[in-house]
Design a protein around this ligand. Structure first.
Ligand SMILES: [Zn+2]
Length: 407
């Protein structure tokens, strides 16, 4: 397995190859905001246990896209679970953000960069990112140069290919309207081409004090020189605070899909993959209990999520020459920020999994091939295969929760 960094076209090419496999079927791709850029969607299997698998919610979390592709490739090869499960693969939910982030990477790494060049650049980035996190603890460093951004000083919206003209133009506008967006920071772009944070498109975030106050804020840690909650690399909250039921195109697609599968009575769970942290989000935000979900169901949903999460965590323990890892950590403090928080209150068995133990999106996960990159892919494939069996048994055990018409 080689370390690889794919741009959007290369992701689509890989998917075309996987789609030639008779076990996969290509579905209609959904349009995003700009330039007819599309969200790819594939189905594998013909069983009655339907599982949704999502990668690339955040543009810069490129390892999550890579992982979902590898998982699909493994299934194309092994043909496992075909009769028992149906997998809905959305390997790249936010292609606009992915194009923005990977265009910056291509700005410092030649398209034909060797594996060694990719790993060297990734290690340099990882170390700088880590240093920036340390330095950010010092209040005075807020306006200091960020070492990880410095690596991308020569990149800007101009690195976005001309074929994405409208996307490029919108990123240019965002950067020109907000002079505080630092040079070299587009590589960490999370949201879509409108600069809306794809995972904060959850109407209840309006309750957060930081939104209510309307005070301009900066990101945390190594991002504490990037304006937050506005269009830009970190992204704005919600499409429109005056029309809270309006979602981004990416989330509209996802919400419709999960509802359709759930209403068919075949829904068995959802795995949403993000980039870094080695963590699993499984709890339901207390603010949503009573609002989105009643208290009895909330506690059952959490029990369901926890069983799957514990099994998943158990399977992400690994030992290499350099690392000994204890399994992904179950996050005990949910907050209102995420779209996934909302989904977890609406449906059972929704987990958000933060992949790589090594941090620093987008390049950090690629900084150590043997001790991080390969184990991240391999152990998560293993964990996924093991955990979906739990999904299946929970679906049978809690028939009423998995098979209930939504409003
Ligand atoms: Zn993320």
């Amino acid at each position: 397995m080689n370390v690889r960094i794919l741009d959007y076209d290369e992701v689509i090419n890989e998917l075309e190859k996987i789609g030639c496999n008779p076990y996969f079927s290509k579905q209609d791709f959904y349009d995003t905001e700009f330039d007819n850029i599309k969200i790819p969607y594939y189905i594998y299997g013909k069983g009655d246990n339907h599982i949704i698998v999502v990668g690339g919610t955040h543009g810069s979390e490129i390892i999550s896209v890579d992982f979902v592709l590898r998982l699909m490739q493994d299934l194309a090869f092994t043909k496992r679970f075909y009769d028992d499960f149906t997998f809905h693969f959305i390997p790249l939910l936010n292609p606009e953000g992915y194009i923005i982030s990977t265009s910056m990477i291509k700005g410092i790494l030649n398209k034909n960069a060797s594996e060694k060049e990719i790993i060297d650049a990734s290690l340099k980035y990882y170390l700088r990112y880590k240093k920036d996190d340390e330095l950010s603890k010092n209040y005075n460093s807020i306006k200091n140069i960020k070492l990880h951004q410095q690596m991308f000083d020569n990149t800007s919206y101009k690195n976005i290919p001309d074929k994405y003209l409208n996307l490029k133009e919108n990123v240019r506008k965002i950067c020109e309207n907000n002079k505080e967006i630092p040079m070299g920071s587009l590589v960490v772009w999370r949201g879509n081409g409108l600069g809306i944070e794809t995972n904060r498109d959850n109407k209840y975030v309006q309750w957060l004090d930081l939104v209510k106050s309307g005070v301009k804020k900066y990101g945390s840690n190594r991002y504490n020189n990037i304006p937050d909650l506005v269009e830009g690399p970190l992204g704005k909250i919600c499409v429109d605070l005056n029309d809270l039921d309006k979602h981004t195109k990416e989330n509209t697609f996802l919400l419709n899909l999960i509802k359709k599968i759930y209403d068919s009575g075949k829904y068995a769970g959802m795995y949403i993959y993000h980039g870094t942290g080695g963590e699993i989000f499984y709890k339901i935000c207390p603010d949503l209990i009573g609002e989105v979900i009643d208290i009895n169901n909330a506690s059952k949903y959490v029990q369901i999520n926890k069983k799957i999460a514990l099994n998943y965590s158990e399977n992400t323990k690994y030992k290499t020459k350099k690392f000994e890892k204890n399994g992904y950590k179950l996050v005990e403090n949910p907050n209102l920020i995420g779209m996934d928080e909302l989904l977890r209150a609406m449906y059972p068995a929704v987990l958000l999994i933060e992949l790589s133990y090594m941090g620093g999106n987008p390049l950090g996960p690629y900084a150590d091939k043997d001790n991080n990159y390969i184990p991240t892919i391999e152990y998560n494939i293993k964990a996924f295969y093991s955990s979906i069996i739990i999904n299946k048994s929970l679906k049978n055990e809690y028939k009423d929760l998995f098979n209930k018409k939504t409003k």
